[in-house]
Write a new protein. Structure first.
Length: 259
């Protein structure tokens, strides 16, 4: 009998405030809506993905810190969310000291890869890795463990300049730890079609990155911004909103992309 191996996707951008966690949560919700089982690993010490799915900080008994330190995902680490087919392993500020705590650990950049290989993940179709807004040991762990990478890119000035550092890091990861890492795509977030700057960023991104940029753009939408404060993805909070429609379109585009 063939064991299902979930696809592992990292969501990363070393710049904060680009919609990384929002994209992780809502794309996961869009996939789960289609019947796929998705497990999110919150690798950001700020724990926004955890909070955004209803996991309260003082109720997080086990976190991704336990995954890294034990080299294994145990059943009790996983929290079932209110969204059908969507699960999460939360994080806490304990992760903020990971760079120091794992400094002398053997294969410290492969702790997550080892944990995923040691774990029975066959019930899941996808594992999403929500990375911190930095190129830290946590992000490196995610890129080494991942099959592919999605890069949220805010439609603002200097967006492409910040992206170049991440692309260099991807090249280094490919040469040193994960030669099969591919980039699924760059998704433009907080896009305002009435704003000349958003249109200019989109034009520059498509000229420089070509088909790597998803056709779907995520609009600046108040419902997307409100949803986390109600501990739910926008697809649950306002299923008919423009933001929800955009994330459904992004999920469809990703599923239809050539492998």
């Amino acid at each position: 009998m063939q064991i299902n191996k979930p696809k592992v996707i990292a969501f990363a951008n070393q710049k904060g405030g680009v919609g990384k966690t929002t994209t992780t949560l809502n794309l996961a919700a869009a996939f789960s809506e289609r019947g796929y089982k998705v497990l999110i690993l919150d690798l950001d010490p700020q724990g926004n993905a955890s909070t955004g799915l209803g996991s309260l900080a003082d109720e997080r008994e086990f976190t991704t810190y336990d995954v890294l330190s034990e080299g294994l995902i145990k059943g009790q680490f996983i929290i079932e969310t209110d969204v059908q087919n969507l699960y999460i392993i939360p994080s806490t500020v304990d992760l903020s000291s990971a760079d120091i705590e794992f400094a002398t650990t053997k294969d410290r950049s492969k702790l997550l890869e080892i944990a995923l290989k040691n774990s029975a993940l066959d019930p899941y179709d996808y594992v999403f890795l929500d990375c911190p807004p930095s190129l830290s040991v946590l992000t490196v762990n995610a890129l080494i463990a991942a099959d592919s990478l999605i890069i949220p890119l805010q439609s603002e000035f200097y967006a492409l300049e910040g992206l170049s550092q991440l692309l260099l890091s991807v090249r280094e990861i490919r040469s040193s730890g994960n030669p099969d890492l591919r980039i699924d795509g760059v998704v433009l977030t907080m896009f305002d079609s009435r704003n000349g700057l958003s249109l200019q960023v989109e034009d520059d991104a498509r000229k420089n990155l070509g088909q790597l940029v998803f056709k779907t753009v995520i609009p600046r939408n108040v419902r997307v911004s409100e949803a986390p404060s109600f501990s739910m993805p926008v697809l649950s909070y306002d299923t008919k909103s423009k933001g929800a429609a955009a994330y459904r379109a992004l999920a469809e585009e990703l599923l239809l992309r050539p492998k």
